[in-house]
Structures are given as C-alpha cells and as structure tokens.
Design a protein around this ligand. Structure first.
Ligand code: ADP
Ligand code: ASP
Ligand code: MG
Length: 463
C-alpha cells in the first residue's frame, strides 16, 4: 500500500481531478490510499462564511455559500458518471443544507467558537473526498470512500487537534487494508473527530499530517505528497522564484524547514513517518514525471552546507526588560509560563541578564500576554518582522557559514540570531521589508555551486 495525498490546487477543478485520477491509475498496482484536501481555496472560503455569519452579514454569507455550492456542483458534474448524478445532487443538497443551518445558527449566536469553526471548515474535505471518489469511478478506478472522522481520533483541541495515535492506528489498520485490497480508498485530510464523535481539525495545512498518520497506521511503503511545485525547493517560491529542486533530504532537515515556514509540508508530517521509517515524497501533480523530493531517515552526503532557506513572515519580536529581575532566578520561568498559559508558541529566544527577546507568530493573545508581562517588566513589541532559516545537516560541520551569511547581508539589519539548538539550522530575524533581498543574497551565496547528487538545477532561471 502507498498513501497519495493531493493538496487543494491538485483537486481544484474537474481538469485537476482528472489529472489526479490518471496519476492514481498509473499506480493502481501499489494499492493506493488517497487523501485529499478541500478543493482549491475552499477552507478559506468556509472560514470567511463563518466570519460573515457572526458579523451578521446575512446577504454576504448566503451568497458565499451559494457560490461554494456552484463551484462544487459545476466541477463535480464534469467528472461524475451520469449514473451517479442523482446521488451527487442528493449529497450536495444534504451537505449544503446542513452547512447553511449551521451558519444560520452561528449568526443567531453571534459568536465563533473553535468547535464551530471546525464544524464548518470540515465541509471542504467532506465534499472533496466524496466527489473525488465518484470521479475515480467515472475514470474506471474502483474506489471506496471512508469518512476520516470515523478513523482519525483526536483530542478536543479544536482547530489544532492532536491525534490519539494508538486508537487511530488501531482503526486505520482494521478498516483500510481489506478495502484497499480491492479498491482505491479515498478519504479527506485535515479532519477527524473526538472519541465522542465531535468533528475536529488538525490545523491549517493538516492534510499532509493526515497522510502520514494514515501511512503509519497501515504500514504503507511510501507516503506521497502531491502538490503544485516540483518538490522541496532551495527557497520559498513566493519570495524568490527560480529555486532549485532538492532531490533528497533527511526527515530532520525537512521537519526544520516545515517548522520555519516551508508550507509545502505541514511540520507534523514527518513525525509518524519517522516513527515507522516510511519514506515521504513530495511530487508535482502537474508534472508527475519529475521525481520530486525524497525525504528519508539519513541525510545523504552533500557538498553544500545549506539545503534550503525557509522563511516565516508576520513575526513579532517581544522584548522584555526587567531591572527588578537583576540577579533574581526564575525570570525565564515566569515569562514562559505566561506564553504557555495563553497557548502561544515561542520560536526563537535570546537572553541577557535582565532582558529577553523572543519571537512569536500567533499574535491573537498578544494583548493579554503583554498585560501579564507588564506586571514585572517593560515590554516592547516589534511587528512586521520575519525569520529566515538556513537548514542543512552540514551546517554543523562547515566552518564559516555565519561569516558567509553576514557578508552576504551587508547593510541589512539583523535583529536576532540563533544557532545551535538543533545543530542543523541557522536562523535570524530581520524586518519583513528586507525579506526578498535577504533571501536573494543568501540564495546567491549558498546555491551558486550545486552538488548534483542532491540538487537539480533550475535551468529555466539560472541558465
Ligand atoms: P497543497 O495545497 O498541495 O498542500 P501548499 O500551498 O500547502 O500546497 O504548499 C505548496 C506551496 O508551498 C508551494 O506552492 C510554495 O509556494 C510553498 N513553499 C514554501 N516554501 C517552499 C519550498 N521551500 N519549496 C517548495 N514550496 C514551498
Ligand atoms: N484544507 C485544509 C487547509 O486549507 C487542509 C489542507 O489543505 O492541508 O488548511
Ligand atoms: Mg498544504
């Protein structure tokens, strides 16, 4: 068995779904289990509908629901066999009716809870997975739909629920192999349910995580993440187009890149894969002939110090300064306890005797955090910052990486630096307005020479 996960753009339209059917059919002998995201930008649209509802914008949310139904119905009708059309219409009627009821309920309450956000955002994957199942049948693939909410059991942390692995693996191993022996199993990514059956989601971009949970649960030979780029690239293409493809990378390097913003992979994806030592591949559904990126346990030997540059935008630096804490112990404890209480992860930290600078990218609770910190310290916040993170297993063995970074960034103000925590990254904070020139300069510095064993040069841009 293999797991094949197709992201939003890979199932955004009838044409995209047809391409997916072709890719799956070509691998039918490997007994694929297919995990799909919501079609295109559906999750964003569902969240916008929920916001419009609580804001009491009735016309707006009704129109948005109508448009979303139109999109699903129009694209699905092009890939669903005539014999299944009645079933499709009934399915869409039921789901959109339920969704509309739910949204109207929200409008009455005027309050959005994490639980109701999950209830609404789950519709994207519920719809797409069913439509893709019918489409596969249209393209002569035997396919069976499974509801992920019966299989992925999670805790109750709505909007970022964590799977309860033992029970989830038990259910996956019992349900999937017998069906996969005869048909392609199709299920939605991103969604799950608590033990009492309340719908949850694994967090934005969570379909990658679903794919690796499923892969680990059924002991798959491979987990394939099909997306809209050729694989892990040497730079985020939305910041610097023309990066080179990284052909192979270690789990540790990929996890670090994902954590520091390489959206192509959800940061938790590698966890189940590492545990069961299942290779993860990143592949392009528009160019299936490209071999993509292979993520494996051990880093292969590489002459380049750096494998890729990741970035996190919209970071805030929090500077905390307290003369009262001079020589007093427990300063850091007191600070981190506050961030912990407001469920706000801290990414980078730098300290001196009486000051601490740290970065966060979840700014929702910042006001509350600030007011707690002010009880014993002066607090200053700098918004619109970015973290740039160089990742490569070789960084730890290569002298002079920091010198090359600072030389390349001559004239750009570096706000914070961190190296050493994981040994395989060097990260620093700059103003977001400097992001593009920073990444361009570093890319020039670290990727003008490429080790062919690890990288595939992007000839189009760098010829
Ligand atoms: P999907 O819908 O298939 O899950 P995502 O949009 O979540 O796709 O992830 C793919 C996107 O990740 C790419 O289109 C690209 O813009 C972005 N990305 C960021 N950093 C990188 C990187 N280092 N290599 C490749 N893609 C990256
Ligand atoms: N549809 C979800 C999202 O947009 C999950 C995913 O695509 O991975 O975040
Ligand atoms: Mg994604």
């Amino acid at each position: 068995m293999i797991v094949m996960k197709f992201g939003g753009t890979s199932v955004e339209s009838a044409a995209a779904i047809e391409r997916v059917a072709g890719i799956v059919k070509a691998r039918e002998r490997q007994r694929p289990v297919v995990v799909v995201s919501a079609m295109g930008k559906t999750t964003n649209k569902l969240l916008a509908i929920a916001s419009a509802a609580v804001a009491g914008k009735r016309e707006e949310y009704l129109r948005q629901i109508h448009d979303l139904r139109d999109l699903h119905s129009r694209e699905a009708r092009r890939v669903v066999p005539l014999s299944e059309r009645a079933g499709l219409d009934r399915f869409l009627d039921e789901n959109f009716q339920e969704l509309t009821e739910l949204v109207k309920g929200l409008a009455v309450l005027g309050e959005l809870t994490p639980r109701s956000i999950d209830a609404i955002s789950s519709y994207g994957e519920r719809l797409s997975s069913y439509i893709v199942t019918l489409a596969f049948r249209h393209f002569d693939l035997a396919a069976e739909h499974l509801d992920s909410r019966d299989l992925i059991v999670t805790d109750r942390r709505h909007t970022h629920a964590a799977p309860l692995f033992a029970e989830t693996y038990r259910r996956l191993a019992a349900a999937i192999p017998p069906i996969a022996a005869k048909s392609v199993v199709v299920m939605g990514g991103f969604i799950g349910a608590t033990e009492d059956g309340v719908t949850t989601t694994l967090g934005r971009g969570g379909s990658d995580f679903t794919a690796s949970i499923v892969g680990a649960g059924i002991g798959a030979e491979e987990i394939q993440i099909w997306t809209d780029v050729d694989g892990m690239l040497t730079a985020d293409p939305t910041i610097l187009p023309g990066g080179h493809r990284v052909k192979t990378i270690s789990f540790a390097e990929a996890a670090e890149l994902a954590y520091f913003g390489a959206k192509v992979l959800h940061p938790a994806t590698v966890v189940p894969a590492v545990e069961k030592n299942i290779p993860v591949l990143i592949l392009n559904s528009r160019r299936p002939e490209v071999t993509g990126t292979r993520i494996v346990a051990e880093a292969v030997h590489c002459a380049n110090a750096v494998k890729s540059i990741a970035c996190k935008r919209q970071i805030a630096v929090v500077n905390i300064h307290s003369t009262r804490m001079l020589m007093a112990h427990g300063f850091l404890h007191r600070i981190f306890e506050i961030f912990d209480r407001f469920e706000t992860p801290v990414d980078m930290v730098a300290t001196s005797e009486i000051s601490v600078s740290l970065t966060i990218d979840h700014l929702e609770r910042l006001e509350e955090i600030q007011s707690e910190l002010r009880q014993f310290a002066d607090v200053e916040i700098e918004k619109n910052q970015a973290i740039v993170c160089l990742v490569g297993d070789n960084i730890r063995y290569t002298p002079g990486v920091a010198r090359r970074v600072f030389n390349a960034l001559d004239g750009i103000n570096i706000r914070m630096i961190s190296q050493g925590a994981s040994l395989l990254n060097l990260s620093f904070v700059i103003a977001e307005s400097n992001l593009r020139p920073t990444v361009a300069a570093l890319h020039g510095e670290f990727f003008s020479q490429l080790d062919d064993a690890v990288f595939e040069r992007n000839e189009a841009v760098h010829a």
